[in-house]
Design a protein around this ligand. Structure first.
Ligand code: CP
Length: 313
């Protein structure tokens, strides 16, 4: 791989990225994790560069970690919310992106409820566009941070059994993880009721289970998904109580997995619904590690896509 293979590229999804490229993001993130573990976690890597985040949906982790990532690398980070942007006055997405580029953005990071919008926007501008989550499509930096976290705790992903449990149908996190983890050699299993499985399930490199007992059997990693009630136009399971009894991950149901299985959740969590109240705080949980990995991975993404000269600047 050449020295700056990703400079100027977009990061729109993990589908189609090869193993070498995914590995490049992960090894670069490991270098940035060393920096954010220092007392002074600031490097001049992106001094003079401007990064704009444009979020049309709420976020705690993704937006904050992109902002932290940019600031730790000395970039100027400007945050725009969809609700306060001129989109509310009828400005088109194309005009919005052309305006952000004219404002001299070096990179635009976008979250949107519309699947495919970042890919469309990337065609309108010359600067790298990063998809920070688009509808039910992809959330590539989440997929990368999840792969990074698993690799850090469990070692190489080859042959690891990863069970992704819950509302797969509405989950861009699941989709990015399916593509990213399977390319990196993991054995990916999806677990949940058929009503929460995507229509194109037969085209995904996964095994599907409708019970926790079969889906979690022998799992090294149990990744729990949030029930995305805001994306459901009709009831897809009888009651919250019944969902928790059938597909909720708690101390009892986690016993179907390997004794040393780790528990992941991209957040935000619905405690007591898809995940039992104490499990996120237990010794098998790596949920807080996922958040920290997110900063390192997003630093790596900005570094690689902006083609910076050396991590220390
Ligand atoms: N995992 C994730 O995307 O969280 P936020 O919605 O808080 O960014």
């Amino acid at each position: 791989m050449s020295t700056k293979p990703l400079a100027g590229c977009d990061l729109l999804g993990l589908k189609g990225l090869d193993r070498e490229t995914l590995g490049h993001y992960l090894t670069t993130a490991a270098e940035f994790e060393k920096i954010i573990k220092r007392d002074i976690k600031k490097v001049p890597t992106l001094k003079g560069k401007s990064v704009i985040t444009l979020f049309y949906e709420n976020s705690t982790r993704t937006r904050t970690s992109f902002e932290a990532a940019g600031k730790y690398m000395s970039a100027d980070v400007i945050n725009i919310s969809g609700s306060t942007s001129s989109t509310t006055k009828g400005e088109s997405l194309r005009d919005t992106f052309l305006t952000l580029q004219a404002l001299t953005a070096d990179c635009i990071i976008m979250r949107t409820p519309f699947s495919g919008a970042p890919e469309q926007a990337a065609a309108w501008v010359d600067v790298p566009v990063i998809n920070a989550g688009d509808g039910m499509h992809e959330h590539p930096t989440q997929g990368l941070l999840d792969a990074y976290t698993i690799q850090k705790v469990k070692g190489p992903l080859d042959g690891l059994k990863v069970a992704i449990v819950g509302d797969v149908a509405h989950s861009r996190v699941a989709r990015s993880n399916v593509w990213g983890l399977s390319t990196l050699g993991a054995d990916v299993h999806l677990v949940g009721p058929n009503t929460l499985m995507p229509r194109d399930i037969s085209q995904l490199p996964v095994t599907v289970h409708n019970t926790l007992e079969s889906g979690l059997a022998g799992a090294d990693v149990v990744m729990v998904l949030r029930l995305q009630l805001e994306r459901m136009s009709k009831a897809l399971f009888p009651t919250a109580r019944e969902y928790h009894m059938t597909f909720g991950i708690n101390e009892a149901t986690l016993r179907y997995a390997k004794p040393d299985a780790i528990v992941m959740h991209p957040g935000p969590m619905n405690r007591g619904l898809e995940i039992g109240g104490d499990l996120p705080d237990g010794h098998q949980s790596v949920i807080c590690q996922q958040v920290t990995s997110g900063v390192a991975v997003r630093m790596a993404a900005l570094y690689l896509l902006l083609g910076a000269d050396g991590i220390e600047g």
